[in-house]
Design a protein around this ligand. Structure first.
Ligand SMILES: [Zn+2]
Length: 303
């Protein structure tokens, strides 16, 4: 399998790690979009990071990582659902040029007040129940730095992230320093965190993008003893449907729907993630808004 996420523990050091590499699933995510190279890179790095974060927590539900930008990048969303099912999209402001070397701050945060939000939306969430959300400022040169500070804040665990992406693959490494179990007489490996970090810093972008997680773990940590967990396979999956698009249309309101119908003969809703198109003609719209039809008050349903 070309797409995989590997978790491992250092047997002799209080450090745990994860490596992810997305290829087929990353190409499916971006198949219907033509992103400028810096946006492609940022979206890929954020997608790899979201997969690493989702695999790192014990939680039944969706992890949603969002960057609300105030520059050429307006919005970036990555969703990871149970079973490592991923989708992601980026929205750009129209008619804003993006230079080849645009940085994270230039892309998303020229005003300095952009935020990155990580939402954990539990499966089977009850109406009125709020998902958990953590928000961090979009401070730093890379999304890896932004998310390292999120992990420090939310998990109180020292964490390091390495991320890379291009148009073919997206990949990342996450290391976390585990708390020492207290009071043991065994000699603590005080250098372990620094040593493992130094080994990982030798990693080049090209290597990270090209190698399978197992190969990478072996190349970096061949002198360490690792315990591997069975790898999981991330895959692309969109959760859009005609039903959900109908609910979006309901939330627009009858007046708006009728005015689009009058202008174009149908209302077409295109999924931002997978580009699927859902068309509603006058009969569909009439049924949707008929008394007793599905209610918009429930809001989007997540499974
Ligand atoms: Zn879709």
């Amino acid at each position: 399998m070309a797409d995989r996420l590997l978790k491992f523990l250092f047997r002799d050091a209080p450090v745990r790690g994860e490596i992810v590499r997305l290829q087929q699933c990353w190409q499916q995510i971006t198949a219907h979009h033509r992103y400028p190279a810096p946006v492609m890179r940022l979206l890929g790095e954020t997608t790899a990071a979201a997969a690493l974060l989702a695999a790192n927590i014990k939680f039944d539900g969706a992890l949603i990582l969002q960057v609300q930008g105030n520059g050429p990048l307006r919005l970036l969303v990555v969703e990871v659902r149970p079973g490592m099912r991923l989708r992601a999209t980026a929205k750009l402001r129209d008619a804003v040029a993006i230079g080849e070397g645009a940085t994270l701050q230039q892309l998303a945060n020229p005003d300095g007040d952009a935020r990155c939000a990580i939402t954990l939306d539990p499966s089977g969430r009850l109406p009125g129940q709020q998902p958990y959300q953590g928000v961090v400022p979009l401070a730093g040169e890379t999304i890896a730095q932004v998310l390292e500070s999120y992990l420090r804040q939310s998990e109180q665990v020292e964490s390091r992230l390495w991320l890379a992406a291009n148009d073919r693959a997206a990949a990342g490494v996450l290391l976390q320093k585990l708390p020492r179990e207290g009071g043991g007489a065994d000699k603590p490996d005080v250098d372990a965190w620094d040593r493992v970090g130094a080994l990982t810093r030798t990693l080049g972008r090209d290597e990270l993008l090209a190698l399978a997680p197992e190969q990478l773990a072996h190349r970096l940590y061949w002198e360490e003893r690792l315990d591997h967990f069975a790898p999981v396979q991330p895959r692309f999956e969109c959760t859009c449907s005609r039903d959900r698009s109908g609910r979006m249309l309901l939330s627009l309101g009858r007046e708006e729907a009728d005015s689009i119908l009058a202008e174009r003969g149908e209302v077409e809703i295109t999924c931002d993630f997978c580009n699927a198109r859902y068309a509603f003609d006058a009969v569909d719209v009439g049924q949707l808004f008929a008394p007793g039809a599905m209610s918009s008050a429930e809001g989007p349903v997540r499974h």
